[in-house]
Write a protein that binds this ligand. Sequence first.
Ligand SMILES: C[S@@+](CC[C@H](N)C(=O)[O-])C[C@H]1O[C@@H](n2cnc3c(N)ncnc32)[C@H](O)[C@@H]1O
Length: 303
Amino acid sequence: MTYRRRPGESTHLSGGPDWERPLDFEGNSRPIADEWARWHIPDCDYLVLRDAVLALMSIDLLHYRTLQMERRLATHLQRSGHENWTLYAQSLRQQPEEARRFLKFLTINVSSFYRDSDKWDYLAGTILPKLLSRCQPRGLEAWSVGCSIGAEPYTLAMLLRELAGHRRHRIHAGDIDPVILEMAQAAGPYSNNDIRELPSDLVSHYLLARDDSHYRVCAEIRGMVHFARFDILKDRAVQMYDLVICRNLVIYFTPAMKERVFLNLAQSVRPGGVFFIGSTETIPNYGQCGFRYLAPSFYQRME
Ligand SMILES: C[S@@+](CC[C@H](N)C(=O)[O-])C[C@H]1O[C@@H](n2cnc3c(N)ncnc32)[C@H](O)[C@@H]1O
């Protein structure tokens, strides 16, 4: 029998009431109920898919189970042309190309250099000078988790090079997707779209044009960033950092999992260090994480 969850009801699969339930103008939650009825994937189907993805990619889909994700999954199934999740799971196991498509669908690698430029301006103008003065004479140690194509850690490397080029900075960068990490490690080629927000002086100092529309990051900046596969849901950072960047990654997770992820990541920020998140994100439990709020997208670990 299929267990059908009502909006807001907790299930053994999700581990908590994970569905966002905004009220409409009359104060009831009908819109989300309609959405739920339309897109909800029965637990037995979700488990079939989860088992295949766990076995093939070591990714646990239970932590990604939100209304938004179920809606995307349902659309993905329709587009794939498979009749149901059992057939889709079979093709995942039998066709490496389908598995690759699914990983791409799941991880949404959208990223770009200097993305949300006002945040990078604030980082460069206010946060980095303070962090650099705290950690001197050594270089800054930073970690970019969910780094996608590498645009984020390379942007940071460029700023550090500009602000304190004489010091030896170390940037670690991780992502769950091994294919995207290969591109990141290769430092390109990046398109005009990938660099659209990058200030022109940084473009001219640190990017090498391959042709009119493709660029690579120069060796000096590449050498500052070290990439490794990292699953934020399973792996633990082995050291502490002055700056941890985790932007536009937790948006895929259930609220309960977001809280856990932030609590864990907070442990890898040095006291006095800074945690940098995405423009649309907040950390509701920031006090519990040992953070104080600095500015939109920035928190500081208390000493
Ligand atoms: C939308 S991109 C954000 C990239 C970059 N941080 C930015 O804001 O431009 C999200 C990245 O998170 C990665 N990701 C998703 N789940 C992850 C997990 N459990 N552990 C580590 N990375 C994950 C995806 O592969 C993807 O590259």
